[in-house]
Design a protein around this ligand. Structure first.
Ligand code: CUK
Ligand code: CUA
Length: 641
């Protein structure tokens, strides 16, 4: 066994070299399978709209990018976990609280897995949830405004990776810890990891009307790494599945310490049972410290609240709620097919894909077909839950999506390809190379009961020669394949923002019809809003100066401001009085330690300026808004103290 492990470890560590050669299945040209009418299939004529939205995570950019499919056109980068100067996110006073955490203001994160809210197992297009890995958080983006409207921090978690997937009525958005850590966090020797660290699986309830999030409970699991997760659906609704690795509980994963076990587990959680247990007073209210940040769309202002308590559940307290299913070789992806019957675990150190059967799992539980236990949690017999496996499919399987027509599509990182195979017969139907080293893939709706099985998007880790060179750093890349035929067909490469991990796609009409165009001025409840130029004013309060300013094509009011002194803290509260769609104005000040504000019609935003030098300092509109845009300007006179 050891030799095999070393072999895979070698492949993994040298995958870059492998993939820079022609990947398996490459038809010999740089375009792989490109056929004559690919251009036609991705062409969206000027003024026409795309058929799908794709929300592609930004990875280390911390953001979420919105693309159209099939064109691959980038529409918007939604700031989520990182500050964004273009939209003043994390710079203006209104959104700063969104990035508050128990560690203070954190201007960055690593965003991986977007998931769209569901009703009855189908995408409803109301919200996108996405995880921040580094300082564990889950964000919610409202798809009427395409803005981040809520962020909740996850206590007792670290490397919040098996997140943020939703149950089929969006009862919960679920977050699993990648790293197990001491619980409660404390100063202790790292070498005492085994048996002492815990892995928190967090179920965040989502209130149906506005989608407000609240941590319902955390299940404190044994100290493994919890890598990815997916909800049960259809027949398996009520369950949630998590891949694990490092079930050896090694505190150092140098060498391949952690991959000694031939099989790790998929943890199966009956969350309905745990929910019931907690409703009946089960679990322990434990002290915790985490931020809950909510953006209010009436006041256009976010508030951050520190929460102090969380309900934790020891899985052995709820017999029958948690099981382990042995799954070969450090499974990464954990994917559930549209019917809910098959749970696919992809052992990233394996050459095959493992499918568990949900109905067999239930039978094995009823028959107590166990193969031991781990920390009091029953381990189901491998043979008892196994539905089948796709043999010799490729090297390094990672993630699987479904087309709703009985086919599954799995990415292979090491052999750099997407492999199409059949659920139930486990035979490979087609394989196409990716350029290069694919991570996740996405079929719009592929993580629901009703996939829109028309395209698959592969998100690649390595780009190399696919675009014009741009110095040492080249863009990361996505590739679009047509999957309507028996064989996949490569249609398009397009660059991505940051490192794309997962993505979520949805038919455009479900979202577009609810997209909000404007905020009404008379409904603006911002503390410093004004509703007409007559209300514009400058108010001094000690060394604070509050400017209530308006903007409308093409002037500011007030536009000449005197009485400001060096050492003052000057607040610009600026309201855009426009009531036409798509007429923003922008503003900033020379030397202001912030970004510009780009203010949409009917909204108010605030920035702070602390002038350091006397003089008469101009300001101007930063968005070309009319023929008189260059006339949209003003002055602030700064006098000595
Ligand atoms: S992970 Cu990136 S390729 Cu964070 Cu979903 Cu598998
Ligand atoms: Cu307002 Cu340019």
């Amino acid at each position: 066994m050891k030799t095999i492990i070393r072999f895979f470890a070698l492949i993994l560590s040298t995958s870059v070299i492998f993939t820079s050669c022609a990947p398996t299945g490459n038809e010999g040209s740089k375009n792989g399978a490109l056929t004559g009418n690919a251009a036609e299939k991705v062409y969206v004529a000027p003024g026409e709209h795309d058929e799908f939205y794709a929300f592609i995570s930004g990875g280390f950019s911390g953001q979420l990018a919105v693309y159209g499919l099939p064109s691959g056109r980038l529409f918007k980068v939604i700031p989520v976990f990182s500050v964004d100067a273009e939209k003043a996110y994390g710079f203006n006073e209104e959104t700063k609280p969104m990035l508050n955490t128990s560690h203070g203001f954190i201007p960055w994160d690593d965003s991986h897995h977007p998931d769209i809210s569901q009703t009855a197992g189908e995408l409803d297009g109301r919200f996108v949830f996405i995880n921040g890995n580094n300082t564990p958080r889950i964000a919610k983006i409202d798809l009427t405004t395409f803005e981040t409207t809520e962020i909740i921090e996850i206590p007792n978690s670290a490397g919040n990776h098996s997140s943020s997937f939703v149950t089929e009525n969006t009862e919960y958005v679920v977050a699993g810890t990648r790293f197990s850590v001491p619980y409660p966090q404390r100063d202790m020797p790292i070498s005492e990891y085994k048996g002492n660290f815990k892995g928190a699986l967090t179920f965040i309830s989502v209130e149906p009307e506005h989608g407000h999030m609240d941590i319902a409970f955390q299940i404190m699991m044994p100290g493994f790494n919890y890598d990815l997760s997916h909800p049960g659906r259809g027949s398996s609704h009520g369950w949630f599945f998590f891949t694990t690795y490092n079930t050896e509980e090694a505190n150092s994963l140098l060498e391949v310490n952690a991959s000694q076990n031939d099989k790790d587990f998929i943890a199966a959680i009956n969350w309905k049972m745990v929910e019931e247990y907690v409703k009946n007073g089960g679990g322990t209210k434990a002290p915790a410290n985490y931020a809950h940040n909510v953006y209010n769309e009436d006041t256009h202002t976010a508030t951050s609240t520190m929460k102090k308590e969380v309900v934790v559940v020891d899985p052995t307290e709820v017999p029958g709620a948690v099981y382990f299913m042995p799954t070969p070789k450090s499974p990464h992806g954990c994917d559930v097919d549209p019917s809910g019957e098959y749970i696919i675990g992809s052992g990233k150190l394996a050459a095959e894909i493992t499918a568990h059967s949900f109905s067999k799992m239930i039978k094995a539980i009823e028959e107590k077909n166990f193969d031991g236990e781990a920390y009091g949690i029953p381990i189901l017999s491998y043979e008892a839950t196994l539905a089948g496996s796709v043999k010799q499919a490729g090297l390094g399987p990672l993630h699987t999506e479904f087309d709703g027509q009985g086919n599954a599509y799995t990415t292979f990182f090491i052999s750099s390809e997407v492999v199409k195979w059949k659920l139930g017969t486990w035979e490979v139907v087609d394989r196409k190379p990716t350029y290069y080293s694919v991570g996740h893939l996405m079929i719009p709706g592929g993580n629901s009961r009703k996939p829109f099985g028309k395209y698959v998007v592969a998100m690649n880790k390595i780009t190399k020669d696919r675009y014009l060179p741009t110095g040492p750093e080249v863009t990361q890349s996505a590739q679009l394949y047509d999957i309507t035929g028996e064989k996949m067909e490569l249609l398009l490469d397009f660059p991505t923002v940051g490192e794309p991990h997962y993505a979520a796609g949805i038919a455009a009409d479900i979202v577009a019809k609810n997209s909000r165009k404007i905020f009404k001025l008379e409904e603006n409840k911002h503390e410093y809003a004004i509703s007409n130029e007559g209300e514009a004013k400058v108010v001094r309060n000690g060394n604070e100066v509050h400017i209530y300013m308006s903007m409308i094509r093409s002037h500011f009011a007030p536009d000449n401001i005197e009485g400001v002194q060096v050492g003052d803290k000057v607040y610009f509260h600026v309201t855009n009085l426009e009531q036409d769609y798509d007429v923003p104005h922008g503003i900033s000040m020379i030397g202001a330690n912030t970004s510009e504000l780009l203010i949409m019609p009917g909204q108010t935003e605030t920035f702070v300026w602390e002038p350091k030098q006397v003089g008469v300092w101009p300001f101007y509109c930063t968005d070309f808004c009319s023929a008189l845009h260059q006339e949209m300007q003003g002055y602030v006179r700064v006098s000595p103290k």
